[in-house]
Write a protein that binds this ligand. Structure first.
Ligand code: ADP
Ligand code: MG
Length: 559
């Protein structure tokens, strides 16, 4: 039997692969810069073991040069370079990663900063370029080689001249088409912005020649063109710095630089996790609710970096909905750069990080509540509703995380109190945690049912938010105390009153009650004498689980 090879239109395959991995064209620059950074890392690691090699930090950098006239974009590095074999193996074979091999070979040494491992990033250059030309001279080699390709049609390799060790990649940028603008990849300011966005924390300098106009020296009106080499990336990310070196202002500046919000952060959390999963994170609890928080436009999520390189703007999987107000970023060396959204969802590392982050946020909120009550109340006024939604959502599965963070306005304290504080104040004979639902505190205070609770010296909580009662129904009991609406049939206070309620009382008015029940036919299930009324002539009460307020909300909901 003859065995046949699969035939594949490699150009199409390459296009499909690139387009399925990358949703934005601009990331080609991130990929090429990451490769350049890996190449410099490799020299650095070699220098660690090779005494003949000195790593002089100043001579290692990445340079990006745009040439509008020739439509070329050049990315040059002073890294380890590639031999002819390297060019053939690493650029000639799709999905072959020289960097992964390097990491494996050098496992004993600390090689974890190297980013590449999938062997596909390089080809993203073809999203924006018709021709890619790679000129490279490997370390300890006298000859240089030029690799050139127009995509998957194949490539050529020839010997060439190159003075210094390293690699130069020249992209011939595509012409604009109807759908796509490629000119932007020749625009220095746009390129600089892309570098800032994705590669700001590459640990080697990324340099660009930036042209501009400036006032001529000694003149107040005459301008001159000039060009200067700028160092574009900030290199050391704030999250890798030591907490003790950083001031609250540093965090605030970062918050604004990152456009996390226009407000001031209420609190920051700086995590450097070194345990089962290694990551750094800077998280913020904002001061104010973003204007679009409860709109469809609002997207929760944290920025996600793999080893200092941005891989996702808003990684939603890192935050549960009930903490969706948290802003910030996570950087982990356990994640890989080319990971796709779909793969990320199933990533075990990411799940661990998310879990870890959730408990950090909870911990920070708890200490805020304990130590900075004012700030906590400010936070709660902005985002408390979200916590209550969290308690209610998913059938109450998150209530254990959230219930001790809840606050309600108290009839006794006339301010927000926690459930713990409520319970600590309960007189011994009080059985339940009482609450009263209504539109506002003023309206609730007018409810006949609150009178008896107050008179008994018990505290009740005001439920003025639609969600309050629904959330509490999920909690059911807090520290073994059941919640009780003041308008429920059995308040657990009337035991002593009940005895006094004699039969004759009942019979005396039975005719009147029947008449009233008739009159309100269908609207009430019963009319009876009550001992719980003080200054009011009548009140409504419920027997079942759904209170009058809940019924109102349920009825108002669209079917
Ligand atoms: P990855 O970075 O995931 O390994 P790439 O497709 O981005 O995959 O790159 C393929 C390989 O080509 C790299 O692993 C590396 O061995 C080699 N390479 C790419 N760019 C450079 C460069 N600038 N200098 C040296 N080697 C490079
Ligand atoms: Mg790469």
């Amino acid at each position: 039997m003859e065995k046949k090879q699969f035939q594949a239109e490699s150009k199409r395959l390459l296009e499909m692969m690139i387009n399925s991995i990358y949703t934005q064209k601009e990331i080609f620059l991130r990929e090429l810069i990451s490769n350049a950074s890996d190449a410099i890392d490799k020299i650095y690691y070699k220098a660690l073991t090779d005494d003949a090699l000195v790593f002089d930090k100043d001579s290692y950098f990445i340079k990006v040069v745009a040439d509008k006239a020739n439509r070329t974009l050049t990315i040059r590095d002073t890294g380890i370079g590639m031999t002819k074999e390297d060019l053939e193996n690493n650029l000639g074979i799709i999905a072959k990663s020289g960097s992964l091999a390097f990491k494996k070979e050098n496992e004993a040494k600390d090689g974890h900063n190297i980013i590449g491992q999938f062997g596909v990033g390089f080809y993203s250059a073809f999203m924006v370029a018709d021709v890619v030309t790679v000129t490279s001279k490997a370390l300890n080699s006298d000859v240089a080689y030029r690799w050139q390709s127009t995509g998957a049609d194949g490539y050529t390799i020839e010997a060439c001249e190159k003075d210094s060790v390293g690699t130069e990649i020249v992209l011939t940028i595509k012409d604009n088409s109807e759908d796509d603008n490629y000119d932007e990849y020749l625009d220095e300011y746009r390129l600089k912005a892309i570098i800032k966005k994705y590669s700001d924390f590459i640990r080697y300098p990324i340099k660009m020649d930036i042209a501009g106009k400036r006032l001529k020296e000694g003149s107040e009106s005459e301008f001159e063109d000039y060009e200067e080499e700028q160092h574009v990336n900030s290199m050391v990310p704030i999250w890798r710095k030591n907490k003790s070196e950083l001031t609250p202002e540093d965090y605030e500046k970062f918050y604004h630089e990152k456009h996390y919000g226009f407000d001031k952060p209420l609190k920051h959390i700086h995590v450097s996790a070194d345990g089962a999963v290694i990551y750094q994170a800077i998280l913020f609890i904002p001061e104010n609710m973003p204007f679009d928080y409860y709109s469809k436009e609002f997207e929760k999520g944290l920025e996600l970096y793999a080893n200092g390189v941005l891989i996702m703007d808003k990684c939603a999987d890192l935050l549960p909905d009930y903490f969706s107000f948290v802003k910030g970023m996570v950087d982990s060396e356990s994640l890989s750069l080319n990971i796709s959204r779909e793969m990320l969802q199933h990533d075990r590392q990411l799940k661990l990080i998310a879990k870890n982050i959730q408990s950090k946020i909870k911990g920070q909120l708890q200490s805020l509540l304990k130590d900075e009550r004012d700030k906590y109340e400010q936070f709660y006024k902005a985002f408390g509703r979200q916590l209550k939604f969290g308690v209610y959502s998913d059938y109450g599965t998150h209530k254990d995380v959230l219930q001790d963070l809840l606050m309600f306005y108290s009839s006794k304290e006339k301010k927000l109190v926690t459930l713990d504080e409520y319970i600590a104040r309960m007189p011994e004979d009080q059985k339940y945690i009482y609450y009263a639902s209504g539109e506002s505190i003023e309206r609730i205070d007018k409810l006949p049912q609150t009178e008896i609770v107050s008179e008994k010296g018990y505290e009740y909580l005001y439920f003025t938010d639609d969600i309050d009662e629904f959330a509490i129904k999920m909690i059911m009991t807090y520290k073994e105390k059941e919640f009780k609406s003041v308008s429920s049939g059995d308040l657990g206070i009337e035991a002593d009153d009940k005895e006094a309620e004699n039969e004759s009382d009942k019979n005396e008015n039975q005719e009147l009650f029947d008449y009233m029940k008739n009159l309100l036919s269908g609207k009430v299930s019963n009319v009876k004498a009550s001992k719980r009324l003080k200054t009011h002539p009548v009140c409504l009460s419920t027997d079942g689980d759904v209170t009058i307020e809940m019924e109102k909300i349920l009825n108002a909901m669209p079917n």
